[in-house]
Design a protein around this ligand. Structure first.
Ligand SMILES: NC(=O)c1ccc[n+]([C@@H]2O[C@H](COP(=O)([O-])OP(=O)(O)OC[C@H]3O[C@@H](n4cnc5c(N)ncnc54)[C@H](O)[C@@H]3O)[C@@H](O)[C@H]2O)c1
Ligand SMILES: Nc1nc(=O)c(N)c(NC[C@H](O)[C@H](O)[C@H](O)COP(=O)(O)O)[nH]1
Length: 219
């Protein structure tokens, strides 16, 4: 499996304001780049915090590029949602693309059934919280090899913590958001003793911002 984490942050490392409202940090050039990357993967992954904040559809991708790479199919959408908090009327349950809900045993069976009725494929991994290595392993068994994780900060931290990330792309926009409660690129509990090591692979000016690309050195 190959996992790319992609996000856009302000110059001070924030993904959104402390109100967690959707905020356009990327310019058109970066959104077009993300659309191209979406076309190259088997699935686009977000945390339920992002679903609640943004209600993303995740069906925007470069269709021409997709047809060059993959003659059929669209990238699947994946939500990481331990307690089944995804609203049943969320945009990504629209049926426009296969949608997986990665959840834990903390989601009652009736709620899991409601997601299945709404068209989602439900994968249960973990007791209180989604066990990401197990859940991603289950996706792999479904033929999903290339993942694009788009956030938010809590999910991104967990992916690093579980040593699941192969590549990190960050667009740094020319603005300051501020706020100690605003989500950052990697939230969660934070690392203390050992830190994921990154190797810088690219620095590129894109519109008014900068795209930084790293490879993650997992042991
Ligand atoms: N700028 C960007 O590129 C970008 C991208 C995505 C999201 N965002 C913003 O980020 C904010 C949402 O981020 P967030 O950090 O609150 O939420 P998130 O999207 O990271 O979702 C976190 C939730 O996922 C669930 N979860 C289940 N298993 C988990 C696990 N193993 N590890 C971590 N989480 C797990 C938990 O319920 C947790 O609350 C929103 O404001 C959104 O607009 C910005
Ligand atoms: N690349 C990027 N730049 C941004 O400035 C920003 N706010 C996001 N945010 C990512 C988040 O996951 C969004 O919810 C989806 O980008 C919405 O995706 P759709 O348009 O519904 O396909 N992503």
């Amino acid at each position: 499996m190959h996992v790319l984490v992609n996000a856009a942050m302000s110059a001070d490392g924030k993904l959104a304001t402390h109100r967690r409202e959707q905020l356009r940090i990327s310019g058109d050039a970066d959104f077009a780049r993300v659309d191209r990357r979406r076309a190259e993967v088997d699935a686009i992954v977000v945390g339920v915090g992002t679903v609640i904040a943004d209600d993303p559809s995740l069906i925007r991708f470069d269709r021409e590029r997709r047809s060059e790479i993959e003659p059929t199919g669209v990238p699947a959408r994946v939500v990481v949602d331990s307690r089944g908090r995804t609203p049943l009327d969320a945009g990504l349950l629209s049926g426009d693309a296969p949608t997986y809900l990665l959840t834990s045993e903390a989601t009652p069976p009736e709620r899991r059934d409601a997601f299945r009725d709404a068209g989602a494929r439900v994968i249960v991994a973990g007791t209180d919280r989604v066990n990401l290595p197990d859940a991603f392993g289950a996706l792999e068994r479904e033929g999903i090899e290339r993942l694009l994780v788009e956030g938010g900060g809590e999910l991104i931290f967990s992916c690093f913590e579980a040593e699941l990330v192969d590549e990190l792309s960050v667009y740094v926009g020319s603005l300051v958001i501020g706020g100690q409660d605003a989500p950052t690129l990697a939230d969660g509990n934070g690392f203390v003793e050992s830190f994921p090591a990154l190797t810088l692979r690219g620095v590129e000016r894109l519109g008014d911002g900068v795209l930084l690309r790293w490879r993650v050195e997992n042991e």
